[in-house]
Design a protein around this ligand. Sequence first.
Ligand code: GUN
Length: 299
Amino acid sequence: MQARLIDGKAIAAAVREQVATQAAGFRAQTGIIPHLAAVLVGRDPASSVYVKNKRLACDKAGLSSSLDELPAETTQTELLAVVRRLNADPGVHGILVQLPLPPQIETQAVLDAVNPIKDVDCFHPENVGRMVQGRPRFLPCTPHGVQHLLHAAGVETAGAHVVVLGRSEIVGKPMALLLMQKGPGANATVTICHSQTRNLTAVMRTADILIAAIGRAGFVTADAVKPGAVVIDVGTNRVGDKLVGDVDFAGVSQVAAAMTPVPGGVGPMTIAMLLKNTLEAARLQAKVGGHFNFSSSQS
Ligand code: GUN
């Protein structure tokens, strides 16, 4: 069997086009251009590229963006002051603090300080809680991107056994939660695997849909994939000057029915969903005006 390729680039382009059309309509109606404020601390080359691509995508979709670039030695107090300034700025609709942050900064304290109505990453506990309860304000960009990819590729999730490899706050955990929800594009039976999982290969082989998000190049080999399964590769690992996924592409493409490539699979979807959330944030803020009461102790 030669796996069908799920083309994330093309699927993301369609989402971006839809956002561009809707953003133009919103602007015509309200005069508001949705604005994403990115914050980058330090000079991690991968993070710099991600932020640049996110801003470029905003530009192409008719959204505006700005970037606060802070030195690697920035203190938590200084970063919190930047977040508070962006929270208070009515011209900023979405705030994205690029992760990872340097070790002197407590990541959760910073994410907790973002006004939930501007939290386009869906990292704030209020937004995570809402998602868990099935009444989301925003959906987390990468998991939502994977969900959309599956839908656009005609992969049925209802009743399917999905195995998620990795339990990170950004991908693994929210991915599992999204797919186990009631509703279209979900209704799956979900297993999360991690470093302590026993008989990992055997568990992976039970997956109808295998989602790899552990950050280890080529970790998922053909023997861990049930023939005919769908494999989604969220990994972005640098090996020399090459970007490779968590899935051994050559081997797995011989047994899977369909799979995403790296690059050109999940990555473009993350950005497309960020644009969607930024437009949604602007819409929400236009509705409530200055009346959203953010009572975090950090504000
Ligand atoms: N670092 C890796 N992925 C992400 C993401 O989706 N959002 C942010 N803010 N940082 C990241």
